[in-house]
Design a protein around this ligand. Structure first.
Ligand SMILES: Cc1cc2nc3c(=O)[nH]c(=O)nc-3n(C[C@H](O)[C@H](O)[C@H](O)COP(=O)(O)O)c2cc1C
Length: 425
């Protein structure tokens, strides 16, 4: 059986699955249940200074697809609303009772060195394995000069991370906000200040929808609404990209990453690890399904690793990173065309509508010779640009496949292409 055990910044956990700082890690009761279920670690719900903040009611709203499946949830919850001393005592006891699990503590205090120094001293005293600096919360806390208000300004990240590195001995992970234009800038700032790792992503600013009866965003709070943080399956591609950019950029490539964002099953986790993540953190999937999903996650990951011959997480970690490149280095002579399997086609015409109306008019529509009431769809190879749209719209798995065509031309990228006036000679 594959070995899922992980050592991240010297912090050991039996598997790479940590619970992200959020309601699932708000108190010892939850964290004990999570560890009993098999989670490898937890990042305690963000602690701040006393008095704790007061939360609004309600806090969560949802974005569903047309079938009702949750694409993402939006929240306006603040950091922990429990007193600091209560949290610290529970963290101390939890680490004592679960020495083999990773237990980190998320922190957010005002942008003053004395505040950070004070909380770090208290938190380190609990025996926790590390701290995560919450520079990502996009709602409520930025209005008070914390969370994303720090994470959106690389100079502030560098300053606060620098204080934290100075005032604690435990590893410091900087949690980044995705609500920025270029993830490399905050990552670089964290690195400049000596951060031991980054974790990403925190939630994306969002409004889940407008109630068309009341014409108010939902869920309004006494008739008013404020933007919240979006997370869950829909944010995974954004998180994958940001993790990938940090992993492939030569300046940040050595920065360890704890990946977060839409991780719902072992496939998602394996993808983030292939992009270089050392551990993965989960919030929404646990909130929607309960802690027992960890069984399928560890089981699935270890079976997949066995099937591929990977004995340890490190054997496939980062293996997808060299495959990320800039657009200008893609081979412009690589060609694929679509192929429709007539045996599985249900003649719905979605590929035709998509291609005819919005793409390259590369799907032909002809009556079936033996059934004039039904239509046969076939690809016109010469018109097909291999955009994949027909495959994407097709409701039948594997009915439309993309086939590589040998053009007989050797590989050429944009930097070498005759159409590029600035090409390398
Ligand atoms: C209700 C809720 C509360 C959260 N509270 C915190 C928090 O206190 N500190 C923090 O760093 N992140 C917080 N997060 C963000 C999560 O830790 C995580 O970064 C985000 O939800 C993306 O992961 P997911 O797609 O698995 O949910 C919260 C998320 C939710 C849904």
């Amino acid at each position: 059986m594959a070995d899922l055990s992980t050592s991240f910044l010297g912090i050991h956990s039996p598997n790479p699955f940590w619970l992200a700082s959020a309601p699932p890690t708000d108190k010892a009761f939850n964290v004990y249940r999570a560890f009993e279920a098999g989670w490898g670690g937890a990042v305690w719900k963000t602690l701040g200074e006393d008095p704790p903040p007061v939360n609004a009611c309600s806090r969560y709203s949802v974005h569903r697809d047309i079938q009702g499946k949750v694409l993402g949830i939006n929240n306006i919850e603040l950091i922990t609303d429990r007193p600091l001393a209560v949290n610290l005592e529970e963290i101390r006891q939890t680490k004592k009772d679960w020495p083999d699990r990773a237990l980190l503590v998320s922190l957010m205090v005002p942008c003053e060195e004395s505040s950070w120094k004070s909380i770090l001293t208290q938190v380190e005293d609990t025996g926790c394995d590390g701290v995560e600096l919450n520079f990502g919360c996009p709602h409520g806390m930025p209005e008070r000069g914390m969370g994303a208000a720090v994470g959106q300004v690389p100079d502030y990240i560098e300053m606060v991370t620098g204080w934290c590195k100075q005032h604690t001995h435990v590893p410091v992970i900087v949690k980044l906000t995705p609500n920025i234009t270029d993830i490399l800038m905050p990552a670089q700032a964290a690195m400049n200040a000596g951060a031991d790792a980054v974790s990403l992503i925190n939630t994306l600013s969002s409004i889940s929808g407008i109630d068309l009866d009341t014409l108010s965003p939902y869920h309004a709070i006494d008739g008013q609404y404020t933007s919240g943080g979006y997370c869950g399956p829909a944010v995974k591609p954004i998180a994958l990209n940001m993790v990938g950019q940090i992993a492939r950029n030569p300046a940040t490539a050595t920065l360890p990453i704890s990946a977060i964002g839409g991780i719902s099953d072992w496939h998602d986790a394996a993808e983030f690890i292939a992009l270089g993540a050392g551990t993965v953190q989960v919030c929404t999937a646990a909130m929607l399904n309960g802690f027992k999903i960890i069984g399928d996650m560890t089981d699935g990951l270890s079976r997949w690793m066995d099937s591929k011959g990977y004995r340890t997480i490190d054997e496939f970690r980062g293996k997808a990173v060299p495959k990320l490149t800039d657009w200008k280095y893609l081979n412009l002579n690589y060609k694929t065309v679509a192929h429709i399997d007539q045996n599985t086609c249900i003649h719905c015409g979605r590929c035709f509508a998509a291609c005819e109306d919005t793409a390259h008019q590369a799907v032909s529509m002809t009556p079936l010779p033996d059934n004039l009431h039904q239509t046969q769809y076939t690809i016109i190879d010469e018109e097909c640009v291999g955009c994949n749209l027909c495959q994407i719209t097709c409701p039948i798995p594997d009915c439309i496949t993309m086939t590589e065509i040998d053009t007989g031309n050797s590989a050429i990228n944009w930097t070498q292409h005759p159409a590029n006036p600035f090409r390398e000679q």
